[in-house]
Design a protein around this ligand. Structure first.
Ligand SMILES: NC(=O)c1ccc[n+]([C@@H]2O[C@H](COP(=O)([O-])OP(=O)(O)OC[C@H]3O[C@@H](n4cnc5c(N)ncnc54)[C@H](O)[C@@H]3O)[C@@H](O)[C@H]2O)c1
Ligand SMILES: [Zn+2]
Length: 452
């Protein structure tokens, strides 16, 4: 019988495919209190692990245009081309009959076929905001309609900002869809960052009980994280992302050229999630980032294409194994419990999500070290890479131990009154999701990072 119980401690050592040849490497580290890979199935659904591993292999399957190394990626991206432009790199998210491709590349919005093949009906609703519309809306409408007179495109332009990720703004999407008499065969297209992607996805999940939807993410945060995996939703005044649905898109189209207009601070914020993948499950990727962070910050297109691809591969693998967050998917929240406390305590909009997550990762790493679970040297490496990425490594001075404690006590990862955390354990690239840690060590970490 499949167990639905939440284990108190899960160790995740199923690693991403470091060779990029579509295989899953064997676990290299299994600490004594971990649940070994074979028994992971009892927490994710009995007997499903073999199937899952096969799916992971499929999830990292390379398209003919995909490369084996960063250098090769760069040459492919520059050199491979077709009559309609540069061929995209494709990462598959393998979810059975809800599987979908992530297209990654430069100039993909100039390739109408990529979008049009995923539009099934005659109407499309593009959801975007006041910042992105003047930059990319015409391009997207052109891509949807070029040589395709049958498709009618409606647009809805929402106000920009996390404070508008709410029910009132969501209603504007439904108003437009209903006024335009859109039917069940409509496709919703999210053009923007994580806020637009989460809102449009939720609207697509709910409108007429579910219509097709496509993600066109335009921030690093959305390209490496939020557009992949089907988490959609809005905020409630009492908490972030409390109302939503798991709803997968038909495809994700990442045109890396859109990053050229992204402000530096937003770019750095997204890099926090890239660093996260390295720390929780992909040591080789972390080492690549250590060598290439300056190139990323300088917005080198080939380096970015590689970082996005590898991030999407990591996310696709995790989502294929644990779509609805029974355990493994929670590891994508490294640093987020501390980070959410900063976002909530300091006020939304003051710190960007990735900035708060960066500090949260430093705090999680500090706690892991106090517990004796990681090597001292890893602490320095984490500080150093975050600094290179121009991300903060300490919380705002106004954050107190009490603020952290009270906000973390209502975190979604609290079970039976005990806070479960994602902590690093073992060599670089290994983590645990656990409530079995010394609570005094957590207090020490909080005291070390707060003035009062
Ligand atoms: N669904 C998930 O799995 C998931 C994961 C991570 C984050 N999120 C959510 O994502 C949101 C944060 O996403 P975000 O960091 O993309 O923020 P965002 O959507 O607010 O975008 C950041 C800013 O950049 C602007 N912008 C976007 N693309 C641009 C471009 N190409 N050029 C110039 N400006 C551009 C936006 O208008 C906005 O002002 C949060 O609401 C968070 O909860 C969801
Ligand atoms: Zn995040």
């Amino acid at each position: 019988m499949a167990s639905t119980a939440q284990p108190s401690s899960l160790c995740f050592s199923l690693k991403s495919s470091s060779s990029f040849k579509g295989s899953v490497s064997k676990s290299t580290f299994l600490p004594s209190n971990s649940i070994k890979l074979g028994s992971l199935s009892s927490h994710l659904g009995s007997g499903r692990i073999g199937l899952h591993v096969d799916r992971v292999k499929a999830a990292v399957r390379m398209s003919s245009t995909q490369a084996e190394s960063p250098a090769a990626v760069s040459s492919n991206i520059k050199m491979e081309s077709s009559s309609s432009g540069v061929l995209p790199t494709i990462v598959e998210v393998d979810l059975g009959n809800r599987s979908y491709p992530i297209y990654i590349g430069s100039g993909l919005l100039d390739q109408p076929d990529l979008l049009q093949r995923h539009v099934h009906g005659k109407s499309v609703l593009v959801v975007t905001n006041t910042t992105i519309a003047p930059l990319y809306l015409d391009k997207v409408v052109d891509a949807l309609t070029r040589d395709n007179p049958k498709v009618k495109v409606e647009t809805v332009i929402l106000p920009d900002g996390e404070q508008y990720k709410n029910m009132e703004t969501l209603m504007k999407v439904f108003d437009k869809a209903i006024e335009s008499r859109l039917d069940r065969r409509t496709t919703f297209v999210a053009l923007g960052g994580g806020v637009i992607g989460d809102m449009c996805g939720f609207a697509a999940a709910a409108f007429l009980r579910g219509v097709n939807f496509i993600q066109i993410p335009t921030t690093v945060m959305a390209q490496v994280d939020s557009s992949v995996g089907g988490k959609t939703g809005i905020n409630h005044p009492l908490g972030k992302n409390l109302i939503g649905a798991f709803y997968q898109p038909q495809c994700v189209l990442i045109d890396t050229d859109t990053l050229s207009t992204l402000p530096d601070r937003e770019l750095a914020s997204g890099l926090a999630e890239v660093i996260k993948y390295g720390l929780i499950r992909d040591a080789e990727f972390f080492e690549w980032q250590e060598k290439n962070m300056n190139t990323l910050i300088a917005r080198d297109p080939a380096a970015f294409a590689y970082a996005i691809k590898r991030s999407c591969e990591n996310k696709a693998e995790v989502v294929s194994l644990d779509e609805k967050e029974s355990g493994l998917r929670a590891t994508l929240n490294l640093g987020h419990t501390f980070g959410h406390a900063i976002e909530t305590g300091f006020g939304y909009g003051q710190w960007l999500h990735g900035e708060a997550v960066a500090v949260g990762m430093v705090m999680a790493v500090d706690l892991s070290r106090r517990l004796g679970w990681i090597d001292e040297s890893l602490v320095g490496r984490v500080h150093s890479i975050l600094k290179q990425a121009k991300l903060p490594t300490a919380p705002p001075e106004s954050m107190t131990v009490e603020m952290f404690k009270s906000i973390m006590a209502v975190d979604k990862k609290v079970a039976d009154g005990v806070l479960r955390l994602i902590l690093l354990k073992g060599p670089l690239g290994n983590c645990v999701f656990t409530d079995e840690y010394d609570k005094e060590a957590l207090d020490e970490t909080l005291r070390a990072f707060c003035k009062s």
